[in-house]
Ligand binder design. Structure first.
Ligand code: ZN
Ligand code: ZN
Length: 251
């Protein structure tokens, strides 16, 4: 299998990388031209491993049960969610990708998603990747949507189209932290609307982080209402961390 840390650089890319060296998304230090990360860092960064909930993919304390308590209490609308890393293992890299103008980190994370979950994603027989949209004002401010960059990397490797306009973020919602879980879902529910989702039968929703799952759930519902039969979810990392949840984009 292709090693994600050893992609061959083109001349232009090589020149650029000498002037502005890429940094390793896992440790923040510069990498060799053409590399996406340090191979040593890659090898010591743990993937999320079983036992995890068969539906939402978050870590379970033991392998006695198949579903987490959240999915037993309120089954999700998506068929299955899978995540590459436990959040603490890649926290800084994901935060820097999003808030410190490191869109190129998406190349590494997408390559790792393909390495870790590619076979499973292919087995889902999806016909589109749908990145979780940013509110247009936030996208203008940041310059890019990290979820779309991740989806593009995955799509290139698996030859799946990225349907960035399938779901739109229609409004910025109220700050989420003060809200109860139910109020959060209701708040998020109104944040997304269908865009051009025509012809999408089986979609994979792509995002950087999965915490409560409220975002993935809201986007899934929009796709199902727009005619999709089945929705899957892939994120780079599952877990929680105060102050940087998947809902922090609403603040
Ligand atoms: Zn490194
Ligand atoms: Zn679950």
């Amino acid at each position: 299998m292709k090693r994600s840390c050893a992609a061959k650089p083109e001349f232009y890319e090589k020149t650029i990388s000498l002037l502005f060296p890429r940094r390793c998304p896992l440790c923040g230090r510069p990498v060799e031209p053409g590399a996406l990360c340090h191979e040593a860092c890659r090898q010591k960064t743990p993937y999320l491993t079983p036992p995890f909930c068969l539906q939402c993919g978050t870590a379970l304390a033991d392998d006695e049960s198949e579903l987490c308590r959240g999915c037993v209490r309120a089954p999700k609308s998506f068929a299955m969610a899978r995540h590459v890393y436990p959040y603490p293992a890649v926290r800084q890299g994901l935060l820097d990708m999003k808030y410190k103008d490191r869109p190129e980190y998406a190349d590494h994370f997408a390559a790792e998603a393909v390495r870790r979950l590619g076979r499973e994603m292919v087995s889902w027989d999806a016909d589109a990747l749908v990145p979780v949209p940013l509110h247009p004002a936030r996208k203008r401010h940041r310059g890019y949507n990290q979820a779309a960059l991740l989806a593009e990397g995955i799509g290139r490797a698996l030859q799946l189209p990225v349907r960035e306009k399938a779901v739109r973020r229609v409004r910025r919602t109220a700050p989420m932290k003060a809200l109860s879980r139910t109020a959060r879902s209701a708040n998020l529910e109104k944040a997304f609307a269908a865009g051009d989702a025509s012809g999408i039968r089986r979609a994979i929703v792509v995002d950087d982080i999965y915490t409560t799952g409220a975002t993935a759930e809201a986007v899934t519902r929009v796709l199902l209402q727009a005619g999709a039969e089945k929705v899957f979810v892939v994120t780079m990392a599952a877990g929680s961390d105060a102050g940087s949840t998947d809902e922090s984009d609403f603040l």
